[in-house]
Write a protein that binds this ligand. Structure first.
Ligand SMILES: Cc1cc2nc3c(=O)[nH]c(=O)nc-3n(C[C@H](O)[C@H](O)[C@H](O)COP(=O)(O)O)c2cc1C
Length: 222
């Protein structure tokens, strides 16, 4: 079963690479923000993180909770979806930036990402969310790398306790779905309420507003 899944992932990845090559501009380029350490939470207050280890519930926290979009994006496809969510919900935004920027060479990045996955690595993040307690709803977005979330997402899940919060996952890819990412999220955050994921293929980037709008409505988030 696991082998079959790996084969399926490899097939989708191959198709994705072919499509990236075929449509030219799809080659990952250096993340516009990845060379800097300009990670910041926009708008919200900046109080210290408190990990909520006690009295966790499976229900979202009640009472005036704010919404925060947390995402990683190497080539700005996931950013386009995050921007669309921000536009439609006015949520605050925290972009996950690697402390050491990823290579802009696509083939090198494939190898780096594969090795990070094999090593179950936790690449360091630059910046931090300083006011997580203010938020009861977290939109968590990522590209799909080798069929799952990049390890830098796991660094974030290790660092932040999302117990008691509602998490709305979204992912972008060349074709692979978000199910492995969502499963990993549920495992890492068993006390969060994890909603259905939004999947946007990179070829659908132009339709981000429509797809995001429908997903927000379906999940009663707008
Ligand atoms: C290292 C790497 C691995 C990838 N693996 C997959 C994959 O397994 N399945 C897939 O459909 N797309 C895969 N892709 C394509 C990306 O998921 C897709 O281009 C995504 O939208 C990029 O998002 P971003 O621009 O926010 O970084 C991969 C891309 C990279 C760079």
């Amino acid at each position: 079963m696991r082998t079959m899944k790996k084969i399926m992932t490899a097939v989708v990845l191959l198709a994705s690479i072919t499509s990236l090559t075929a449509c030219g501009g799809g080659q990952p380029s250096s993340n516009s923000g990845s060379g800097s350490s300009s990670v910041q939470v926009q708008k919200g207050d900046k109080t210290k993180i408190k990990h909520d280890d006690g009295a966790k519930t499976t229900e979202p926290k009640k009472g005036g909770g704010k919404s925060l979009i947390v995402y990683f994006s190497q080539t700005n496809t996931t950013k386009a979806v995050a921007d669309s969510i921000e536009k439609q919900t006015k949520a605050d935004v925290f972009r996950i930036e690697p402390a050491k920027p990823y290579t802009s060479d696509y083939n090198e990045l494939l190898a780096v990402a594969k090795k990070e996955g094999q090593d179950n690595a936790r690449p360091a993040i630059s910046g931090e969310i300083k006011n997580l307690d203010d938020y009861s709803l977290i939109y968590l977005g990522t590209p799909i790398w080798w069929g799952e979330e990049p390890m830098i997402i796991r660094t974030s899940l290790d660092r932040y306790d999302l117990g008691g919060k509602t998490v709305a996952p979204f992912c972008t890819s060349g074709g692979s779905g978000c199910s492995q990412f969502r499963d990993d999220l549920v495992s890492a955050e068993p006390k969060a309420k994890v909603l259905d994921a939004l999947h946007v293929e990179h070829s659908q980037k132009d339709q981000a507003d429509n797809l995001t709008g429908k997903w927000l409505k379906d999940n009663k988030l707008s």
